[in-house]
Design a protein around this ligand. Structure first.
Ligand code: ADP
Ligand code: MG
Length: 372
């Protein structure tokens, strides 16, 4: 009786939330779907239960998605945006996490690991973003943001230059005062650097820019980003190894934005390894994707943090702003890409960015074009 009641209670909750909740087994067969999912994807749970749902989300890389159930001790997640044409044209933001083997759920088809998928309808956000680009209110905000950037950017630049001059002057002092003042100047320069990052990140968050795509060399861009971060990497005693087999194909990217993605991910990896460690960056090309994986040997995190990872202002750092990964997600989704995360406390994390090879983007563009 109690079990039945509890089941009814949970069912009522699932049925009333706006997010689509969907569970599939490791073969992609439907185990559970709530009402929101039925509406978003246009099917009836009762009729489809136990059958494959892969065709409902065609754009999804099912092979890969179902592989996240491969058992090891790391917690995992996949996130991306998908476009569906039926029953209505929609943009859905999708999160997938593996569920442990529960030994068969309800009247489930097959025991074994399964995948829980959360769908959020972002069509409205997308449409609003498009019209809002022109709206007066956003223009005002954009103007204000640009104004702030300008107003703060200039004195910050001046501060930076003067601190550089100061550190040169300090270098000429006798040894004891050199050390003492040198440290003070270093602290000040670090803080200026931090302010600069905060402003840049903040502006990126409030003023997202439409990507401008061009064929780009991702390996090259990665080296460029690493050069930019060289000092920090050395100071933190972190070994960086970049791996790519053979030639890395060019993909359609906004160089600026992808560089920001690399920067944010490398920065997080460095910050996760306060006592040094190693960062492996591995590139790999498949038919569909160009993948860049960032593997660190840092502090890692558990499953409870997975779902919050990409939310703005979610940070575990005293100096963090919690915007870095949100920006990463936004940029990757606008590139039609996918992000996979795996982590384990005390062992490290892996952030894998997957960018579509040219063919895929063209297809996405042409379907939008057809719709006029
Ligand atoms: P911030 O770096 O300002 O905290 P982010 O959005 O970049 O914000 O990251 C959000 C949170 O995700 C971090 O505070 C941290 O807890 C966690 N995180 C991100 N990357 C890693 C990583 N490589 N290893 C461990 N934790 C990470
Ligand atoms: Mg960060």
């Amino acid at each position: 009786m109690r079990l039945a009641n509890e089941r009814g209670f949970l069912e009522a909750i699932f049925q009333s939330i706006q997010e689509g909740v969907l569970a599939v087994d490791s073969q992609g067969r439907l185990l559970y779907a709530n009402r929101a999912t039925e509406q978003m994807l246009g099917f009836e749970y009762a009729k489809l239960r136990g059958r494959s749902v892969m065709r409902l989300l065609r754009d999804l890389d099912w092979d890969r998605l179902l592989r996240i159930t491969d058992a090891d001790e790391w917690s995992r997640m996949v996130t991306r945006e998908v476009e569906v044409a039926y029953p209505e044209h929609r943009h859905l933001s999708l999160y997938a996490v593996p569920l442990p083997d529960l030994g068969g759920v309800g009247d489930a088809v097959a025991a074994g690991p399964s995948v829980l998928i959360i769908l959020r309808d972002v069509t409205r956000d997308r449409a609003e973003e498009a019209t809002a680009l022109e709206s007066e209110r956003t223009n005002a905000v954009k103007l204000l943001a640009a104004g702030v950037a300008h107003e703060i950017g200039n004195p910050l630049n001046a501060l930076n230059i003067h601190l550089q001059l100061l550190s040169r002057a300090v270098a000429a002092l006798p040894e004891q005062s050199r050390d003492e003042f040198g440290d003070l100047v270093d602290v000040a320069r670090n803080e200026v650097g931090r302010l600069d990052t905060i402003i840049t990140q903040f502006l990126r968050a409030v003023r997202p820019q439409k990507p401008v795509f061009a064929a780009g060399d991702v390996a090259d861009l990665l080296q460029e980003t690493l050069r930019l971060m060289k000092t920090e990497i050395e100071n933190r005693r972190i070994d960086v190894a970049v791996e790519f087999p053979g030639e890395v194909p060019k993909v359609q990217i906004d160089r600026h934005q992808i560089k920001q993605v690399f920067f944010n991910l490398i920065k997080n990896a460095l910050e996760a390894m306060p006592d040094g460690g190693s960062l492996k960056i591995a590139m790999q090309a498949s038919d569909v994707w160009l993948e860049v994986a960032f593997l660190d040997t840092g502090v890692g995190f558990g499953p409870e943090q997975m779902g919050r990872l990409f939310q703005p202002y979610q940070t575990t750092k005293a100096n963090g702003n919690g915007l870095g990964l949100m920006i990463v997600q936004r940029i990757v989704q606008e590139h039609g890409g996918q992000i996979e995360v795996a982590s384990r406390p005390g062992e490290g994390s892996c952030f894998r960015i997957m960018l579509p090879r040219a063919s895929r983007r063209i297809r996405m563009l042409s379907t939008t074009a057809e719709k006029g």
